[in-house]
Each structure stands twice: as structure tokens, then as C-alpha cells.
Design a protein around this ligand. Structure first.
Ligand code: SF4
Ligand code: SF4
Ligand code: SF4
Length: 330
């Protein structure tokens, strides 16, 4: 989508939200607003039409807003939320797991053909994105306007992995789908083929090598819990890792306890994880968490034919029992 298309889509979005608020279809909307730097956005809740000017929609809206729905369950208000196709999966899981009622939710899906991962862009540029004046699209490239010259990079190289396999289609669970007439979904679709993340190298390792791989990464973990806090489906009101010192693991960040934290969290979200990639995106030390999440998702899919985030009526294998389920514990 070109820069101009984002401007048009933002205007349509504002008109839509204005109507939702004025007709009291929703009490408030969870939207994106401009962040502290030009290439950043941040979540915002708006209740008043006078806040409408703050609403923004662009290639930097990478945050999954549905993570805020976790703390809103039980409140008797109608909530509107802007969602990308990839955010719909976690919303489906929150509805399925009684964290939010579908009837209290207005899901406004917005056409999206990829968000820019500015960390990836910075790696390509070899300098801070903040130095750039603007980024424009000249498909299949992005033109980065730097003060002294323009740099062209392949757009797909700047997208999060999830965008490379996304089909952008409207979700059956969205109340509305906003796109623009001259840029239909079929037209914005580009070559996206990589199966991600590539789990083969890890699968081909011996047990000892794999353990060494993860211990090396977990030893770098600071236990800042950003990965847990940002995760839209990590919704326990009291997390076992916030309990009393020494109850499960120490508060100290040491490899053995970090290992317990990561394995426990991976199993807790095993049938809920929609592979949105948020946990890995926010990790300050770049731990490849998606390799762990996607491995579990793949095992669950291969074993039970179940995929999280697809269908509201499709119960998780943890909640069902079937005579035909493989029973390898005998
Ligand atoms: S995964 Fe799809 S919907 Fe989500 S940001 Fe990427 S292109 Fe957009
Ligand atoms: S975000 Fe990274 S450093 Fe923080 S707890 Fe998670 S894995 Fe560890
Ligand atoms: S990818 Fe990470 S943040 Fe997203 S649902 Fe899975 S565990 Fe949570």
C-alpha cells in the first residue's frame, strides 16, 4: 500500500469510528496513535470524538492491540478495536477462553499488506531509522529518504516473518472490514512463500545440541517479562511467576530458572499461541522465542489437527477428550 493509501484509509477509519462512538455502538475504541518518533505508533483508547484526530493507520502499526482486551474482561462496556488479520487470531482465542464476550466487542479489521519491523529496517540501513525523513513505497521496494541520499531496500526484507505468509483476507469474525476501492486485497498481495520460522536446523540437532542451543539463549534472558506481558493470550490474572519469592523459581535471572520460565510459559500458551510474534518482537535481547512457540504449534497441529485462532467453536485439545487421541503414556 502506498503512503497516500494509508492517508485515505486513516480518513475512512476516522469516519467509521466517529459513527461508532456517536451512535454509542461502542463505549470506546482501542486504536493506534502516533508514537514518540515518526516511525513508531502506540496504543490509545478513545472515548470522545474530539480525540479522533489522534487516530492513525500506517505501516508502523505493528503492536497487537488485542493484548489490552485481557484486562477488560468483566467490565460491562462495549469495546471497539482495530485489528489486522493477524490480530484476529488472538481475539478469537480470548473469546473462546471466556476472556471477553463477542457481543461486547466490535472488531474493525483494516486492510493490511504488511507492517514494517523497524529493527529489521535498521539492520538493513546500518543506521538508526530516526535519521530518515520519510519512507515511501515503490513496489517491490521501500525508498528510505535520508538527509543526504535515498536508499532503496526490498520491502519484504523489512517485514516481520508473519507478513511473509499472510493471506490478508477479511476474517469472518470481524464486524467490519475497511479497505479502499482502488487497492483491493488481490492487488496488494505479493509473493510470500517462506515457511516460517525454519525449524529444520533445530529439528536436525541431537538432543544435547538442542539443549545447548536453548540454554545458551536462555542464559541471556533478563526475565523482564516483556514477552509475557505483551502476549495477548497469556491472560492469567495472577501469573505463577509473580508469586512469592521462591515459590516456583527465584526472581533472580539465572539460566536454570530462566529455563523453567520459558518452558512453563511455552506449555501454558501451547494451544493458545497464534504465532503473532509479539513476544519475540519485544524481547530486548533477541531470544528466538518463535522457534519455541512455532515448534509447539506444529506438534499440536500434527498430533491433534488443531490450530489456535482459527475457529471460535473449535475447542482446544486440552479441553476435549477423544478415544482416538494418540496415547503414548501407556
Ligand atoms: S501478518 Fe498480515 S495482517 Fe498481520 S501485519 Fe502482516 S500482513 Fe498485516
Ligand atoms: S522479553 Fe526476552 S529478556 Fe525479557 S523475559 Fe522474555 S525472553 Fe527474557
Ligand atoms: S507468538 Fe508470542 S506473543 Fe504471540 S500469541 Fe504466541 S506466545 Fe503470545
Amino acid at each position: 500500500m502506498k503512503n497516500q493509501s494509508y492517508v485515505e484509509l486513516t480518513n475512512i477509519l476516522k469516519q467509521k469510528i466517529d459513527r461508532l462512538l456517536s451512535e454509542k455502538i461502542v463505549d470506546y475504541m482501542i486504536v493506534y496513535e502516533k508514537g514518540s518518533l515518526w516511525f513508531k505508533t502506540r496504543p490509545k483508547m478513545i472515548r470522545k470524538q474530539t480525540d479522533m484526530e489522534k487516530v492513525i493507520w500506517n505501516r508502523y502499526c505493528q503492536f497487537n492491540l488485542s493484548t489490552f482486551l485481557k484486562s477488560l474482561s468483566g467490565k460491562d462496556e462495549n469495546i471497539g478495536i482495530i485489528a489486522k488479520k493477524c490480530d484476529l487470531g488472538s481475539i478469537v482465542e480470548l473469546i473462546k477462553n471466556n476472556q471477553i464476550k463477542k457481543e461486547n466487542l466490535y472488531i474493525l479489521q483494516v486492510a493490511c499488506d504488511g507492517v514494517i519491523n523497524w529493527q529489521k529496517l535498521e539492520n538493513l540501513l546500518g543506521t538508526k531509522v530516526a535519521k530518515a525523513i520519510e519512507v515511501e513505497e515503490d513496489s517491490p521496494n521501500l525508498v528510505i529518504k535520508m538527509p543526504e541520499r535515498n536508499i532503496e531496500v526490498l520491502k519484504n526484507d523489512c517485514l516481520p516473518d508473519k507478513c511473509l505468509i499472510c493471506d490478508f483476507q477479511p476474517s469472518p469474525y470481524a464486524n467490519d472490514f475497511l479497505t479502499i476501492v482502488d487497492e483491493k486485497i488481490e492487488d496488494i498481495k505479493e509473493i510470500k512463500s517462506q515457511p516460517l520460522p525454519n525449524l529444520e536446523p533445530l529439528d536436525n540437532m541431537s538432543y544435547e545440541e538442542r539443549l545447548g542451543y536453548w540454554l545458551k539463549h536462555f542464559s541471556r534472558c533478563m526475565r523482564c517479562y516483556a514477552c509475557r506481558n505483551v502476549c495477548p493470550v497469556c491472560y492469567c490474572s495472577t501469573c505463577m511467576f509473580d508469586g512469592q519469592e521462591g515459590l516456583w523459581i527465584s526472581k533472580e535471572s539465572k539460566t536454570s530458572d530462566n529455563y523453567v520460565y520459558h518452558l512453563t510459559r511455552a506449555f501454558h500458551v501451547a494451544t493458545l499461541c497464534v504465532e503473532c510474534g509479539e513476544c519475540q518482537r519485544v524481547c530486548p535481547v533477541n531470544i528466538p522465542l518463535m522457534k519455541l512457540n512455532s515448534k509447539l504449534a506444529k506438534e499440536i497441529s500434527d498430533t491433534f489437527g488443531y490450530q489456535a485462532g482459527l475457529l471460535i467453536d473449535d475447542l482446544s485439545p486440552f479441553k476435549t477428550y477423544c478415544q482416538e487421541d494418540p496415547d503414548e503414556f501407556k
